[in-house]
Structure formats: C-alpha cells, structure tokens
Design a protein around this ligand. Structure first.
Ligand SMILES: Cc1cc2nc3c(=O)[nH]c(=O)nc-3n(C[C@H](O)[C@H](O)[C@H](O)COP(=O)(O)O)c2cc1C
Length: 130
C-alpha cells in the first residue's frame, strides 16, 4: 500500500521566498532516502504540495509538516491509502512556480480527490521542474 497527502498552506510571515528553495533542496534528499515522491508548487505566498510513499513515512511527514513553522494555515485536503501506482514515480520533489496570483484560490472549498484532480489539471500551467 501507498499513502498520499495533498495540502495547501502559506509561507509563514517573515520567511523569505528563498526559504522554499532551502526546503526543496533538503526535501529532495530526504524524500529519496525515504521512498517519497511528489511535487510542490509555490506562487510567492501560497504553497500546494502532493506527496506519496510508504504509509508510515507519510504519517510521520504529515506530523512534521503540521508542526513546521516555516508555513502556516496547513490545510490537508487529501490523505488516503491507495494501491498504486504512483502518480509521480520519477520526482523526489518536483518544484513548480505559479505566476497566476489567483490560481490557488480555486482550491477553496475543494477537498479530497476533487482538490487533487484540480491540482493535477493545473500542473501544465505551472512551470514544474523535476
Ligand atoms: C512547504 C514545506 C514542504 C516540505 N516538504 C517536505 C518534503 O517533501 N519532505 C520532507 O522530508 N520534508 C519536507 N518539509 C520539511 C518538514 O516539515 C521537516 O522539517 C523535515 O522533514 C524534518 O527533517 P529532519 O527529520 O531531517 O529534521 C517541508 C516543509 C515545508 C514547510
């Protein structure tokens, strides 16, 4: 079984956008070690991240993310176990920039697969780099 997590949050006030670059660098390394794959998108303020991997690892990561003070408004929209296959097998953590400041507002009121489906449909609009 695999577990996946999709959430949205906001860069904590007082944090510079360069923090996100640091997070991605460390996360790519750690995700590779732990068998986690996923994608993070950032619009300069808002964040959206999808992660998938072994259930125990994802449970621990959810806990760490919920306590990480570099972001706020941690809002889990999807957290389920699934049989696989992975959606992003080749991405330890792809990173994308969203240049539309209103794009993330579309997640408001969307939970579960509806939120994740919207995220996936938006990925081509983001400039995602693996
Ligand atoms: C927006 C955001 C995204 C993050 N993404 C990941 C991730 O994909 N993988 C990861 O291991 N940690 C990620 N982190 C960091 C975790 O919250 C936590 O600080 C880290 O996993 C702790 O690593 P350590 O056990 O090596 O100290 C992220 C943090 C933030 C704020």
């Amino acid at each position: 079984m695999l577990r996946c997590l999709f959430y949205t949050s906001l860069l904590a006030s007082g944090e510079s956008p360069a923090t996100v670059t640091d997070i991605v660098r460390a996360a790519r390394y750690k995700n590779r070690l732990q068998g986690v794959t996923g994608v993070l998108v950032f619009d300069g303020l808002a964040l959206a991240q999808y992660l998938e991997g072994p259930p125990g690892v994802l449970a621990e990561l959810r806990e760490l993310l919920s306590r990480d003070r570099r972001h706020s408004g941690f809002h889990v929209r999807l957290d389920i176990e699934f049989a696989g296959p992975r959606f992003f097998p080749g991405w330890s953590l792809a990173f994308g920039i969203c240049t539309d400041p209103e794009a993330f507002q579309r997640f408001e009121g969307r939970e579960g697969n509806a939120a994740f489906d919207l995220f996936r449909s938006m990925l081509p609009e983001f400039d995602v780099e693996a």
